[in-house]
Write a protein that binds this ligand. Structure first.
Ligand code: NAD
Ligand code: G6P
Ligand code: MN
Length: 442
């Protein structure tokens, strides 16, 4: 890999998150000198809209010298690429809507990555990403893949089975987003934090948050604050009622379980009844995103097509893009900085099965991630995680073996599901709704 003149590919170029990643690349240009950015998507129209937006973003930042490519051809996308950022959504937001609405009809949590909605998404997403990884192995075998594509637990487990030695980091922005939100609410500087967190994706806890400017673990005082005051969403989620509600649920969780700071996504596993009660089966998160982020992106592209160049660009993604670009820089410059990553456990959590994919801190350098070793975890967290790991593994088995029985076991074991009867009903309806997006289950 050259340290100059990098070639970067964004898979899912048409994703609404692309501008945030490009902004982070531009911000990092001193340590991450890019000569070419390629947008790759299987939806030419979405990709072209984003091409126009990114072109204007480059011009506005006096970065026209960077070559910008849009393509639907994997060879053009990957040949010679150094870093590949992946963020696809197989089936688009229309299928996300199904993942959310079908379970709700049966009184179950309907969510993008959690519960059976996340499992339905997993069975779609894994096939899409496996093809991409195969293409990358063919055209750019030495490139690093930095993946945000969800559901991260299923993707990490599935890709690792097919490509055990691949240069790939799987990451989630949620821990950074939780930390950013907490820091902004209570006046800390997150940059001073060394966080120790463990779990599965969207299913974990902070053990400590050491603030090196204060010289102490600030997690206990943060928990006390969250118990008594609701966290307000940070600027990048401003006005987003769904995220405000999610952060408010953190207060409920730390009042009931005050020893560790939870990932907000645990609300779906610990309080599925509350979540279902508050949900509107006719208008879910997918609808909000279609009305919000997606429409906004289309409006920006339309304005550019109409010849407008001023005050067109309008986005704020918080640390999402910077977090993953920082990982790329840490590899490129062998910085060995610490990130939360999805990795095979291999003893990092000593009392959890070693072949689980866990989300834990790791130091990232030129040779990839090196995970830290943690203390044994308590029975409450261990019990919850063990059931979830088994469910996720069964789902990935179902994918590779085309096994209906394994899929049914996975759905039944999912902790948002109270009965095998309902698991089967939802699975059967989802199988029809997903059609060829899913492997054939027999
Ligand atoms: P989106 O639908 O707006 O964008 C996804 C893009 O991927 C679309 O343009 C689509 O055409 C394209 N695509 C779909 N299948 C493809 C394929 N096989 N090959 C190439 N391109 C393909 O979705 P979004 O809301 O921007 O989210 C994108 C992805 O990022 C999702 O998987 C989402 O869950 C994930 N995400 C993950 C994190 C995280 O914490 N890991 C954070 C944010 C978003
Ligand atoms: C967070 C999570 C992602 C998830 C996203 C959904 O960033 O870490 O994994 O995809 O939220 O956000 P949305 O606005 O699409 O509901
Ligand atoms: Mn995530």
């Amino acid at each position: 890999m050259s340290e100059e003149n990098l070639i970067i590919t964004i898979v899912g170029g048409g994703s609404t998150y692309t501008p945030g990643i490009i902004q982070a690349i531009l911000k990092s240009k001193k340590v991450f000198p890019v000569k070419e950015i390629r947008l790759y998507d299987n939806d030419q129209e979405r990709n072209h809209d984003m091409f126009l937006i990114i072109q204007l973003l480059l011009t506005t930042n006096q970065m026209q010298a960077v070559t910008l490519v849009e393509t639907v051809d994997p060879e053009i996308a990957f040949k010679g690429a150094d870093f590949i950022f992946s963020q696809i959504r197989v089936g688009g937001l229309a299928m996300r809507e199904q993942d959310e609405k079908i379970p709700l009809k049966y009184g179950l949590v309907g969510q993008e990555t959690c519960g059976v909605g996340g499992f339905a998404y997993g069975l779609r997403s894994l096939g899409g990403l496996l093809t991409i990884v195969e293409d990358i192995q063919q055209h750019a075998p030495n490139a690093w893949i930095l993946n945000y594509t969800n559901p991260e637990s299923i993707i990490s487990e599935g890709i690792r089975r097919a490509f055990p030695n691949i240069n790939m980091l799987n990451a989630c922005d949620m821990t950074i987003s939780i930390e950013e939100t907490i820091a902004l609410n209570y006046g800390y500087d997150r940059k001073n934090w060394i966080s120790t967190y463990y779990g599965l994706n969207h299913f974990g806890w902070y053990r400590s948050i050491y603030d090196n400017s204060l010289g102490r673990d600030v997690m206990p005082e943060i928990i006390k604050k969250i118990q008594t005051t609701y966290l307000r969403v940070a600027d990048f989620n401003k006005g987003d009622e769904a995220w405000q509600a999610a952060f408010e649920m953190m207060s409920v969780m730390v009042r009931n379980f005050p020893d560790y700071l939870p990932n907000n996504y645990l609300e779906y596993y610990l309080y599925p009844d509350m979540i279902v009660e508050e949900a509107d089966v006719n208008y879910t998160r997918a609808n909000m995103v279609m009305e919000g982020r997606e429409k906004k992106t289309k409006r920006m592209a339309a304005a550019i097509k109409a010849g407008e160049t001023r005050n067109v660009l309008d986005f704020n993604f918080g640390e999402h893009g910077q977090y993953i670009v920082d990982m790329a820089v840490s590899i490129l410059k062998d910085q060995r900085r610490r990130f939360m990553l999805l990795l095979p456990n291999r003893g990092s959590i000593p009392n959890l099965r070693s072949d689980a994919v866990v989300e834990i801190p790791a130091y990232v350098g030129a040779t990839g991630p090196e995970a830290i070793s943690l203390e044994p975890i308590n029975d409450f967290h261990k019990g919850l995680m063990e059931a979830q790991v088994a469910a996720e593994k069964l789902l990935v088995d179902a994918f590779f073996e085309g096994s209906y029985q394994k899929a049914l076991q996975a759905f039944t074991l999912n902790q948002t599901v109270p009965s095998a009867r309902i698991a089967k009903q939802v699975l059967d309806e989802m199988m029809i709704a997903n059609g060829d997006y899913w492997p054939k289950l027999r």
